[in-house]
Design a protein around this ligand. Structure first.
Ligand SMILES: *Cc1c(COP(=O)(O)O)cnc(C)c1O
Length: 405
C-alpha cells in the first residue's frame, strides 16, 4: 500500500469501479467558495442541478438529491415507500444486491431473496421470468416492491430493467419497482420513465465522476402516492420537506454546496459529449478490457455475454491464485488501484473499472499494470491482453460506434 511519507511520481491510476477519477474541471468547480445556502445565488444553482439531473435519469419527475453516499439513497427509497413488515422481493445478482437486502431486514421489512443460488447467480443478470412467476403466485398482493440492481458493481453484470417492468405488468401485480443504478447512471443506458421504475437510486462517485457524497432518488407518481401512505420511520430521508424546499431551489438542511457545483459542471460535461456518446465510449472501453482478459487466457466473471457491464469487468484468477495478493502487488509496484473481490468472490477475482472520466490511454495504463503485475505474481498468461486491447481500440473508432448506437 501507499506509505503516507512517500509521494510517488506521476498520477495515481485509480481504476476501481467507483469512486472513479474526478476530472480536473470538476475539482476546479468544487474549489469555488461555499456560498450562503439560503441566499439567492444558491437557488439558481439548486434549480439548475435539479433540472439537469432529471435529464441524466431520463425523467420528467422529481429527483431527490441527498448529502449521502449511495447507501443513504437506498435507505431513502425503502423508508419513503414502505411500511414495517412489508414483504419485498429482492433479486440477488451479487454483493450489492445482498447488502441492500440486509438493509431491508434491518429496517423491519420482510425481504424475500430471489435469483439463482450460489456463485452461478452472481454470474448473470436478472431473469425476469422468475420475478413474473413469483408475482403470479402472490394473488393477495402481499409483495409491495421488487428491488433489482441495474449494474451489479461487485460482478460486472448489467440487468435488463425494462424486462423487469414487463414481468411485473404481465403478472398484473401492483408492486413498486425499485432500482439501484448507483454505478450505472451516466455510464450505462438508463431510462427512469421509459422503463417504468418507481424509485431509481444512484450516487455521485461512479458514472457522474464526482467525489463520493451525493445520493439520488428519482421517483414516479406511483412512488409519491406510496410515499403518502408509507409508515416506516423516516426523518432525514423524508422526501416531503426536501421536495417542498426544492420547489424554490433550496434544501431543508445544509446541502453539499461544493459537490453541487461539481454536479452542475458534470452535467454540462456529459451533455457536451452527449449521453449516447458517453454510453458508446463506455461500451467500447469495456469491449477492449474484455479483449485483454481473453488475451491473457483468463475468465470474465460475467458468464452471459448479453449482459456484460460497460462499467467494469470482473477478472477471475486461476484456481490457487489469491486475487488480493495480485491486486496488492499491482498497487505497490505500479500505483494502480483495482477493485477487490467482494462477498463470496473475495480472493477469487479483481475488478477493473472503466467508467466515468476514462479514455483509451487511461484504460491501456490500467491493462499494462495488470499484465505486468499478473506476470510478476507468476500467473501463467496465454498471451498479451494489452496487445489484444490495443488492436481492438485501433480498429474501432469511438465515433463510428456512436453512430451505430
Ligand atoms: C457503489 C455502490 C453501492 C454503494 O454505494 P455507497 O456510495 O458506497 O454507499 C451500492 N450499489 C451499487 C450497485 C454500487 O455500485
Amino acid at each position: 500500500m501507499l506509505k503516507l511519507d512517500f509521494h510517488p511520481s506521476g498520477r495515481h491510476v485509480l481504476q476501481i469501479p467507483g469512486p472513479s477519477p474526478v476530472p480536473d474541471r470538476l475539482l476546479r468547480a468544487m474549489s469555488y467558495p461555499t456560498i450562503d445556502h439560503r441566499g439567492p445565488e444558491f437557488a439558481m444553482l439548486g434549480l439548475k442541478v435539479l433540472a439537469g439531473i432529471k435529464r441524466i435519469f431520463k425523467t420528467t419527475q422529481p429527483v431527490i438529491i441527498y448529502s449521502s453516499s449511495g447507501t443513504g439513497a437506498w435507505e431513502g427509497a425503502l423508508v419513503n415507500t414502505l411500511c414495517p413488515g412489508d414483504r419485498i422481493l429482492m433479486y440477488e445478482t451479487g454483493h450489492f444486491a445482498s447488502l441492500w437486502r440486509e438493509m431491508a431486514e434491518n429496517l423491519g421489512l420482510r425481504p424475500e431473496r430471489i435469483g439463482r443460488d450460489g456463485v452461478e447467480g452472481w454470474r448473470r443478470g436478472v431473469e425476469a421470468d422468475l420475478i413474473e412467476q413469483r408475482l403470479r403466485a402472490d394473488g393477495g398482493h402481499a409483495i409491495k416492491a421488487v428491488c433489482v440492481v441495474h449494474n451489479e458493481t461487485s460482478t460486472g453484470v448489467t440487468s435488463d430493467i425494462a424486462s423487469v417492468r414487463r414481468a411485473i405488468d404481465a403478472a398484473g401485480h401492483p408492486a413498486l419497482l425499485l432500482v439501484d443504478t448507483i454505478s450505472g447512471l451516466a455510464s450505462a443506458d438508463y431510462r427512469h420513465d421509459a422503463w417504468g421504475a418507481d424509485v431509481t437510486v444512484s450516487g455521485s462517485q461512479k458514472g457522474l465522476m464526482l467525489p463520493p457524497g451525493l445520493g439520488f432518488n428519482a421517483v414516479s407518481q406511483k412512488a409519491l402516492h406510496a410515499h403518502a401512505a408509507a409508515r416506516l420511520p423516516r426523518s432525514y430521508w423524508d422526501w416531503t420537506p426536501i421536495l417542498k424546499a426544492n420547489e424554490t431551489g433550496y434544501w431543508p438542511t445544509t446541502p453539499n454546496t461544493n459537490l453541487l457545483y461539481a454536479l452542475s459542471e458534470a452535467i454540462e460535461m456529459i451533455e457536451e459529449e452527449g449521453l449516447d456518446r458517453v454510453f458508446a465510449r463506455h461500451a467500447r472501453l469495456a469491449e477492449a478490457c474484455r479483449a485483454a482478459v481473453r488475451g491473457w487466457g483468463l475468465d470474465i466473471q460475467c458468464a452471459d455475454p448479453q449482459v456484460y457491464s460497460p462499467v467494469l469487468t470482473g477478472v477471475m484468477m486461476p484456481e490457487g491464485v489469491d486475487a488480493n495478493a495480485v491486486r496488492q502487488r499491482i498497487a505497490e509496484t505500479f500505483d494502480l488501484s483495482l477493485g477487490t473481490g467482494l462477498g463470496r468472490m473475495a480472493g477469487r477475482m479483481f475488478r477493473i473499472g472503466h467508467l466515468g472520466d476514462c479514455n483509451d490511454l487511461s484504460l491501456m495504463a490500467a491493462l499494462a499494470g495488470c499484465e505486468m503485475g499478473l506476470k510478476l505474481s507468476g500467473v501463467r498468461l496465454a498471451g498479451s491482453g494489452v496487445v489484444a486491447a490495443m488492436d481492438l481500440l485501433a480498429r474501432t473508432e469511438v465515433h463510428s460506434l456512436t453512430k451505430v448506437a
